[in-house]
Structure formats: C-alpha cells, structure tokens
Design a protein around this ligand. Structure first.
Ligand code: NAD
Length: 317
C-alpha cells in the first residue's frame, strides 16, 4: 500500500484531499498545527484504516518513520484575512515549512506536490493566465507575504528538483470553494453564503465588476490526484476557467438561498486582483482533466453544507 504525508491536511482542501487519497487505497499521515484548520474537518476519517492525524508544526521539523511515497505540502494560511493576521507564520510555512517538506521527500525518495496558487500571478497583466506568465506581484503590499512565500516555495521546489533530483510537482490552484470552508475567512463565497443564510446584507467589494473563476472542490481534488499520480513537473494550473463578476456571484447566491438579503457595496481591499482566469490547456492535455461541476450545482452543495452546519456558520474562526 502506498503512503502519503499531507501537511495542512486538517484544512479545507487538505481534508478533501486526505479523503480522496484514502478512497484510492493510499495511506495518509496528516500533519497539521490547527492554525487555520481543525481536527473536526477530518473527524470522519479517524475510523478509516490507513488514516493518522498528528499535531505538528512543519516549520519546527518533520520526522516521519517508515516509507513514504508522496509528500503533499498544503500547510499555509490561505485566505486574505488569514494571511493578513498571520503574515510571519505565512512566510515561515511557505519557506521553512516547504524546506522541511522537501527534505522529507528527498530522504524518502517520495514524489513531492507543492500547493502553489494563482496568487503567484498577482494582479495579472495577461488574461487568462498561462503557466508561462511570470506575474505582477507587489512584494511589499499586504498580499505580498502570501504571494512571495509561494513564489519562494516554487523556486525552492525547482532547486530541489535540479540539485537533488527530487521528483517534484507544482500545482497553481485557483479559487476553490465547497464544504468545510470557514464562514469568516473573508473569501467571497463563504462570506456571501453566511450573509445570505442570516438575511444580512451581502458585502460586495467595489462595484463588483472584478471577476473570479471558482472551482468546486471535488473537481480540484480530482485534478490534484491525477497530477500527483502522473510524472508531470508543472507548474500546472488547476482551476475552473468559468469566469464571473463578483456581483453576479453574490446575486446567484441570493437567488439559490432564497434570501431577502440586499447587496451592500464596500471598499475594495488593496491589491485586490481585477481579473482571474486559469488557462488550463496544460492540465487538459497532460492529465485529460477538466472541471465537471457547474457553478449552480457546486454552490447548492456548499449552501446545503453551511445550512446543515449552523454551528460552523455562527463561529467566528
Ligand atoms: P486552510 O487554511 O483551510 O488549510 C491550511 C491548513 O494548513 C490548516 O489546516 C492549517 O492549520 C495548516 N497549517 C498552517 N500552518 C501550518 C504549519 N506551520 N504546520 C502545520 N500545519 C499548518 O486553507 P486551504 O484553502 O485548504 O488551502 C490549502 C493549501 O492550498 C494552502 O497551501 C493554500 O495556499 C493552497 N491554495 C488554496 C486555494 C483555495 O482556493 N482554497 C487556492 C490556492 C492555493
């Protein structure tokens, strides 16, 4: 049986990923310090054979006895509110945490998958963004801590590949949504759903004409697993090219929840990207992958989950 180590496995994406690995008969050791994740996200996996959760801060050290076939480095605060509150932890996990995760992959001769991000493209001047685009990032702006940590992580991963021959893969994940997001993490979809379900005004930044391309989590995870099990190095974009203005996204959510919420326009955050859309030609060609879940279906599943978990919707963190 193959064995994977997932850092950040108790987070939103990590928890879905752990589940998908177990479904493919891959044992999972989940390492997490619960900074922005929670054991509750993987509570349903605790009884499954082959799953283990260990509380660990991957910026301290990583020690894993026994063989490891895959190292998936997903630990990092990921929402703008989180990395604004945790700027140094974000830079440490992107740099030192990536160094330790790569060290583990080197020691175990494992394939390494880095969770990078579309944020490496910054406020893009090329649209849609292909992997060959180098980005437009402000290193000293409020988002710089996240964007630059991920850019550093990509550079370090590439150095381990070139210098130590580690079998590495870099995925640039575009905005993903689904069950187990946190209602107060500041990302558009969980914020709008929380507000719509509570009948509160929906807070749209600016005039809402800025666009986002959002991918449902099951589509993303399928792409990640295919990439992991391939020999491709990346960087590879995984995301949904379907692009929608933020205002329309808010309106879809109001409609799907049957809410009486009104739209409230608030100031745009600094360095908020104007457009975002993945060019997924590489993933289509190399992995035969493309998203399957339509926006309304994914939104409905996410709304249902939030409605079924009022304790989460009411929690501030
Ligand atoms: P999340 O905050 O839900 O998950 C991150 C997890 O990492 C949490 O469980 C947290 O406790 C853990 N963590 C943070 N620092 C740690 C440390 N030092 N040691 C051990 N664990 C630590 O975020 P997410 O949305 O699931 O994102 C997961 C990964 O995917 C991140 O690396 C993020 O940058 C990347 N990503 C996510 C998206 C998205 O749309 N969700 C988009 C692009 C990239």
């Amino acid at each position: 049986m193959a064995r994977a180590v997932v850092t950040g496995g108790a987070g939103f994406l990590g928890s879905h990923l752990c589940e998908a690995l177990l479904d493919r008969d891959i044992e999972v050791l989940c390492l997490d310090n619960f900074l922005t994740g929670t054991p509750a996200n993987v509570a349903h996996l605790m009884e499954r054979p082959g799953f283990r959760l260990v509380r660990a801060d991957v910026t301290d050290y990583i020690h894993v006895p026994g063989p490891v076939d895959f190292v998936l480095h997903f630990a990092s605060p990921a929402s703008p509110i989180d990395y604004a509150e945790l700027p140094i932890a974000t830079m440490k996990v992107g740099s030192i945490g990536t160094l330790h995760s790569l060290g583990l992959a080197k020691e175990k001769e494992a394939r390494f998958l880095l969770a990078s991000t579309s944020e490496t493209y910054g406020d893009p001047l090329v649209h849609p963004q292909p992997e060959t685009y180098w980005g437009n990032v402000n290193p000293v702006g409020p988002r710089g801590v996240y964007d630059e940590a991920k850019r550093f992580a990509e550079a370090l991963t590439s150095a381990y590949r070139r210098t130590h021959g580690v079998d590495t893969a870099i995925v640039r994940i575009f905005n993903t949504y689904g069950p187990r997001m946190r209602p107060f993490d500041g990302r558009a979809i969980p914020t709008f759903i929380r507000q719509a379900l509570a009948g509160e005004p929906i807070t749209v930044a600016g005039d809402g004409s800025q666009t986002r391309s959002v991918c449902y989590v099951s589509d993303l995870v399928e792409g990640l697993i295919r990439f992991l099990l391939s020999a491709e190095p990346g960087p590879m974009n995984i995301g949904n090219p379907y692009e929608i203005p933020v205002l329309e996204l808010a309106q879809r959510i109001v409609e799907l929840t049957g809410s009486s919420s009104v739209i409230d326009f608030i100031p745009r955050p600094e360095d908020d990207p104007t457009v975002r859309q993945p060019d997924i030609a590489l993933a289509r060609r190399a992995l035969g992958w493309e998203p399957q879940v339509a926006l309304d279906d994914g939104l409905k599943r996410t709304i249902d989950w939030f409605a079924e978990h009022p304790e989460v919707a009411g929690a501030r963190s």
